[in-house]
Design a protein around this ligand. Structure first.
Ligand code: ATP
Length: 316
């Protein structure tokens, strides 16, 4: 019996939502409204959260797994906000029990909260049998957070605007990653503030907006070639100096991964997770073992990408 038919029997639906790494993250100057325009290439990774939804008499939320204690189990949880937004769209009450099995690190720069929101949207659309298109779901997703549309989409995509405007990127082959999860999370707004502060302190250097927001064509060509050796030197993250400034120990982590044999290492999004691209699966296993022994991270995982977007488990 597939998880989908199982879920019909029990009246619940489970969706699986991927994490992400930004292979390129160009950040424009701070805008007057406080936000920053981005040009980013996302890759969805196999490290995922599972979000189960079931009919209930009220909206409740439960979180399980290693990270449960760091995630709010109330209406501020992004999955709960997603349920309310979708219920509003459908004109029905958000009476649902949401259960999140969390493996994506919290405040880790891997869009874990966004994954849970995407999971809640996809699972509830099925539970409530809504006639909603993928585009309409993506619009609700974008209102919830700029990384939520990509969690729905998955695979590899170019993100512009605040990262919510997506275009599919041709990517061949499978990429093998090692993820070094940090002991302490980093707040995304704090990392952007630190970037603004650093940029102000680099006095005399006018920010060239066109250059900062240039499309990474070379990286996109490398992805189409499917060669991790071509992709590795092109990994780029404007937020990395800010994350390193707030957590200087990440320099050691990045060095340790490359010393262990990774092709390159980068801070994932706003950090502090460090993502190491490896030549192949065996190399990733070796790098993970060596990094674990080096004691530079809370825990070390392997993952592969690109992973599919958020989907109901059991759907072909
Ligand atoms: P991003 O990569 O999109 O910047 P992140 O991965 O660094 O995000 P998240 O794990 O998404 O960060 O969470 C950031 C904060 O959001 C957490 O510290 C937590 O308080 C809050 N939060 C709300 N809902 C969730 C959720 N479902 N999972 C994780 N965090 C959540």
């Amino acid at each position: 019996m597939s998880p989908t038919s199982l879920s019909v029997v029990s009246g619940s639906v489970i969706a699986r939502a991927p994490s992400k790494v930004n292979l390129h993250l160009g950040v424009g100057p701070r805008r007057d409204d406080g936000y920053h325009d981005l040009v980013t290439v996302f890759q969805a990774l196999s490290l995922h959260d599972d979000i189960r939804v079931a009919r209930a008499s009220d909206l409740t939320i439960a979180v399980r797994g290693e990270w449960a204690n760091s995630v709010p189990a109330d209406s501020s949880n992004l999955a709960a906000r997603a349920a309310v937004a979708l219920a509003d769209w459908a004109g029905r009450p958000a009476k649902v029990a949401i259960d999140i099995a969390k493996t994506i690190p919290v405040a880790g720069g891997m869009a874990g909260g966004s994954a849970d929101a995407a999971g809640a949207l996809v699972a509830l659309a099925q539970l409530w049998k809504l006639d909603i298109s993928r585009d309409e779901l993506a619009e609700i997703a974008a209102d919830l957070g700029s990384d939520v549309p990509f969690a729905l989409h998955g695979n590899t995509a170019l993100g512009t605007g605040r990262g919510e405007q997506l275009m599919q990127v041709l990517s061949r082959g499978e990429y093998h990653w090692v993820l070094a999860l940090a002991r302490e999370g980093l707040s995304t707004p704090a990392v952007y503030r630190e970037l603004d502060r650093l940029r102000e302190s680099w006095s005399g250097q006018d920010l060239d907006e066109d250059e900062l927001l240039r499309r990474p064509d070379e990286l996109m060509q490398a992805l189409a070639s499917g060669d991790p050796h071509a992709v590795a030197p092109l990994l780029y993250n404007d937020l990395q100096p800010a994350a390193l400034s707030l957590q200087p120990s990440l320099r050691r982590t990045l060095r340790a991964g490359v010393d262990a044999g990774a092709l390159n290492g980068i801070v994932s999004g706003s950090g502090p997770t460090c993502a190491f691209l490896c030549a192949d699966e065996q190399s990733a296993v070796n790098v993970a073992a060596e990094l674990s022994g080096a004691g530079v991270a809370r825990s070390v995982r392997t993952a592969s990408g690109p992973a599919p977007g958020t989907r109901v488990l059991g759907d072909g």
